[in-house]
Design a protein around this ligand. Structure first.
Ligand SMILES: [Zn+2]
Length: 114
């Protein structure tokens, strides 16, 4: 199987062509909300859906966004095609990335949820 470097920590990992900017599981374990609180990502059911919780709230406080930060880089967590959660680095491109504002992201997350 082909391997690539994690876009954040550069560890080698298996390459998944479906998610070219996927970050490795070690980085996912360090995902925060941007204010220093750690997050944990889960499937809403056994095999699909996306849900995130604050790691320090013992599963009681939901994190209502797909945006997260790893090593101060913005990432986006989502349901993977065949179950599980995939976290991808959001490529920063100030000229083209107007659509990826955090607010838009949050709105679409809320819409998809209902
Ligand atoms: Zn990594």
């Amino acid at each position: 199987m082909e391997t690539v470097s994690c876009p954040i920590c550069k560890k080698s990992m298996f390459h998944n062509p479906r998610y070219p900017n996927e970050v490795c599981k070690y980085c996912v374990a360090h995902a925060t909300d941007g204010h220093g609180r750690f997050l944990k990502f889960y499937n809403r059911t056994i095999s699909d859906g996306y849900i995130a919780f604050y790691a320090d709230a013992d599963g009681k406080e939901e994190y209502r966004s797909s945006a997260c930060f790893i090593n101060k880089k913005k990432c986006c967590a989502k349901e993977a095609k065949f179950g599980g959660i995939v976290v991808e680095l959001v490529q920063m491109n100030p000229k083209k990335d107007k659509k990826l504002s955090p607010h838009k992201d949050l709105e679409s997350t809320i819409r998809n949820r209902n």
